[in-house]
Design a protein around this ligand. Structure first.
Ligand SMILES: Cc1cc2nc3c(=O)[nH]c(=O)nc-3n(C[C@H](O)[C@H](O)[C@H](O)COP(=O)(O)OP(=O)(O)OC[C@H]3O[C@@H](n4cnc5c(N)ncnc54)[C@H](O)[C@@H]3O)c2cc1C
Length: 431
């Protein structure tokens, strides 16, 4: 990892017996990484990870379809949404995806690259990632307290915190909150940590699902279930600048999924939560504009005038999509290209490039891969991840108001924010 300085022992001046030096609440990606990076900098310090779940790392195990997309070769602040991009940029620069890949190599997880710069473990098993993190944390002497949900964190005097853990009190000199957001609540991330942060004086930016499949009104999508193709999606909310996204789209029995729909979901939810009217349009031919489609039609008419409309469109798009689009425009699919009227060409071009996508919602947190919103970045120090509202408290990972697009960016945020917090924690113990 970058710039790990000579390790420091914590200043152990007066703390009651049994006091934990750093209590980490939440043992997911961000919590485990915070424990490891901090323990490496503070050998001899007493670190304990508290997690409400019976087994640690449930989300790591299910991530990336069971393969864990650990990070991405090319990570930038513009791959993220939420709070101040300069904050996000500063954290990502402190620990880049190259640094994260080197860290995983160091703990025995070799990565390989796939489409779009996505990095996966060579084993193609997320278990490899989780096991390596747990082994490294244990090697460094981090205490793992499973089935130990923390309900309340209270600063008890100027330098100590009291944690309520299943009716018992634990004392810690520093606390790192790493409780995640609300996505996949059965994994243990149910937003309880946001209530703790709020209780400690933090403003919570309203949360919504992110990276969730989208539910559509009507029946257009039903016969297309299982069909996938490249598309572009434009979301226009109120008077705001429209969001333009491009990627693979998968039609399903309830609506749309696949990277394009997942990436779009946070924008739809954010608009709704702000009370803005939102319109979504799909382009089935993302490389073409209206004049381009017109030119293509005219070329087709010249090349094969006796081809049917449905036959011609099936060479542009998956045939099920072509059939559904022609049916929706009410044009006879058997029309020969030579006989296609100008008005019908225009209607088809409109359907192909500006298809109204009637989004009524998403599949919610149970299917979301991330959470948008969370603890505002305004109250966190970007150089240390320490709270400005509550000194000695650090915040990392998905519980912050940062959400990345699909492709390994959310884990990278966990690793980077953990690294910055570990730097802040270790410096906080320096006399
Ligand atoms: C299905 C799915 C697939 C995904 N795939 C990818 C992927 O391939 N690549 C990628 O970059 N991202 C992926 N993500 C997103 C990524 O998993 C998360 O962004 C990341 O795990 C967040 O890490 P975290 O440590 O902040 O939170 P979490 O992983 O949610 O961990 C929080 C932990 O805190 C514990 N906890 C919560 N409240 C308390 C409490 N009060 N007391 C004690 N413990 C508590 C929970 O039990 C949990 O273990 C995926 C997410 C899902 C749901």
């Amino acid at each position: 990892m970058p710039g790990i300085e000579p390790l420091q022992a914590p200043d152990r001046s007066p703390s009651p017996p049994g006091t934990i030096d750093v209590a980490i609440v939440g043992g997911g990606a961000a919590g485990l990484a915070t424990a490891i990076f901090t323990a490496r900098r503070l050998p001899g310090a007493r670190l304990a990870v508290f997690d409400g779940a019976r087994r640690l790392g449930a989300k790591i195990l299910v991530s990336g379809g069971g393969r864990c997309n650990v990070t991405n070769r090319d990570v930038r602040a513009s791959d993220y949404w939420g709070g101040d991009r300069r904050f996000i940029d500063s954290v990502l620069r402190a620990c880049s995806s190259t640094d994260a890949a080197a860290f995983f190599e160091e703990i025995g997880v070799r990565l390989h690259e796939e489409d779009g710069g996505k990095l996966f473990p060579e084993s193609n098993r997320s278990r490899t990632v989780l096991d390596a993190l747990l082994a490294e944390a244990l090697r460094l002497g981090v205490e793992m307290r499973v089935e130990q949900r923390v309900d309340v964190v209270r600063p008890s005097d100027e330098s100590l915190f009291t944690l309520n853990v299943r009716g018992r009190a634990e004392t810690a000199r520093r606390v790192a909150l790493a409780t995640g957001g609300l996505s996949l609540p059965k994994s243990g991330s149910d937003g309880g940590g946001l209530a703790i942060a709020s209780g400690l004086g933090h403003r919570i930016v309203p949360t919504t699902p992110a990276l969730a499949p989208l539910v559509l009104e009507g029946a257009f999508h039903r016969p297309l279930a299982g069909v996938s193709h490249d598309a572009a999606l434009t979301l226009a909310a109120g008077g705001a600048r429209p969001v333009n996204l491009r990627g693979p789209l998968l039609w399903t029995h309830f609506g749309v999924s696949g990277p394009l729909a997942l990436d779009a979901s946070r924008h739809w939810h954010r608009a709704v939560v702000q009370g803005l009217p939102v319109k979504a349009h799909l382009s089935f031919l993302p490389d073409l504009d209206f004049p381009g489609v017109e030119r293509r039609w005219l070329d087709e008419v010249a090349d094969r005038p006796s081809a049917t409309l449905r036959g011609a469109l099936s060479s542009w798009l998956p045939s099920a999509v072509a059939a559904a689009l022609v049916a929706a425009t009410l044009i006879d699919p058997g029309t020969r290209l030579a006989h296609l009227s100008r008005d019908n060409r225009r209607a088809l071009a409109h359907a192909l490039l500006k298809w109204d996508l009637p989004i009524t919602g998403s599949r919610g947190y149970n299917y979301a891969e991330a959470t948008a919103g969370g603890v505002t970045l305004d109250e966190v120090d970007r150089g240390t991840m320490e709270s400005k509202a509550c000194r000695g408290l650090y915040l990392v990972g998905e519980m912050l108001d940062v959400d990345g697009r699909l492709g390994g960016f959310n884990f990278q945020w966990a690793w980077s924010s953990a690294w910055v917090a570990a730097r802040g924690l270790s410096h906080s113990f320096t006399p």
